[in-house]
Design a protein around this ligand. Structure first.
Ligand code: BDR
Ligand code: CA
Length: 308
């Protein structure tokens, strides 16, 4: 089993990624770390614990950063429309949510300590803004040679963005952090919109979950339908939602789901192109960028593994 730590800003597709990772027989999820992004970090921590309870998984959760490196407040306006004000399709109010209060920032030491405890064995997966990773690297640059691999859902190197026409949401949420980690010696694979907008989960599949006699299946069907409604609102007829964060998990489970190209990727920080990920002309390559995906094989594996 591959040891992983999954860093989330739970959100609807983050919840799907948590289900996929924790149900996979190939992954050993050592812990989940949280960040601001789709919601404030406190809400991401609450949502993450709630989703784990719903899935009956006993895995520790550590709270991370509450704001971008160079901004006082996270930018949440677009995410609230995509994921709902609570991050989970405004469905939490129907539940008596009981979660544990966590300490902001504890995620950073958990990641560093765990990577040092298992040298060259731990894969770090980030499916939110990259603030926690930037802080890990600042405090312990040796992590670059001690991790097995770092998989990041973020960026749009060869395709348009989503939160802005030029930028993908996770990178846009903290471009300074993204620039720092991409232009470092951290071994990063980027799973960006280049591939994740090809892996659409269809409404028909979600209909099957609705019919299953389990609370988790029904909850996941409800939140995923909300996510698909959003996709339909900006692209009528699309018929599904992008499995962004789940594809990062898929890459960890089976690297052959995607094909990558070594590139030197940087991030624009200026106002006009803020958060844009682009290939530079430098000859040294710092990142593996996923450019192709075996869509059907990944989707089949995803739905079989989550088994709702
Ligand atoms: C990414 O942005 C977030 O809204 C999603 O959870 C995903 O991580 C997609 O651009
Ligand atoms: Ca996310």
């Amino acid at each position: 089993m591959k040891k992983i730590i999954l860093d989330v800003d739970t959100g609807i597709d983050d919840a799907l990624a948590i289900a996929y990772a924790t149900k996979s027989k190939d992954l050993d999820v050592l812990g989940l770390t949280t960040t601001f992004g789709n919601v404030q970090v406190k809400d991401a921590t609450r949502n993450t614990q709630f989703i784990l309870q719903m899935l009956e998984k006993d895995i520790p959760v550590y709270e991370g950063s509450d704001r971008p490196l160079n901004q006082q407040e996270p930018y949440l306006a677009v995410a609230q429309k995509v994921h709902g004000n609570d991050g989970l399709a405004n469905k939490l109010e129907a539940y008596d949510v009981v979660t544990e209060e966590k300490q902001t920032g504890e995620a950073i030491s958990f990641i560093i300590d765990t990577v040092k405890k298992y040298p060259n064995e731990v894969t770090l997966i980030f499916v939110g803004p990259l603030t926690n990773l930037a802080k890990v690297y600042e405090q312990a640059p040796e992590v670059a040679t001690l991790v097995k691999e770092i998989i990041v859902m973020g960026g749009a190197v060869t395709v348009p963005g989503n939160v802005r026409s030029h930028a993908e949401a996770n990178i846009f949420s903290d471009p300074e952090a993204a620039k720092r980690v991409l232009q470092s010696d951290l071994p990063i694979t980027l799973v960006g919109l280049d591939v994740t907008m090809q892996t659409l989960l269809s409404r028909d599949e979600v209909k099957r979950w609705e019919k299953t006699d389990s609370e988790a299946s029904k909850f996941f069907a409800n939140i995923t339908n909300y996510y698909i409604d959003f996709y339909e609102s900006f692209r009528p007829g699309i018929g599904g939602c992008g499995l962004h964060d789940p594809l990062a998990i898929g890459r960890a489970i089976d690297p052959t789901f995607v094909q990558t190209r070594a590139m030197n990727v940087d991030v624009h920080l200026d106002e006009a192109l803020r958060g844009n990920t682009f290939e530079t002309e430098k000859t040294t390559k710092n990142t593996s960028v996923c450019l192709e995906v075996d869509v059907q094989r990944f989707l089949d594996h995803f739905v079989q593994t989550i088994n709702f």
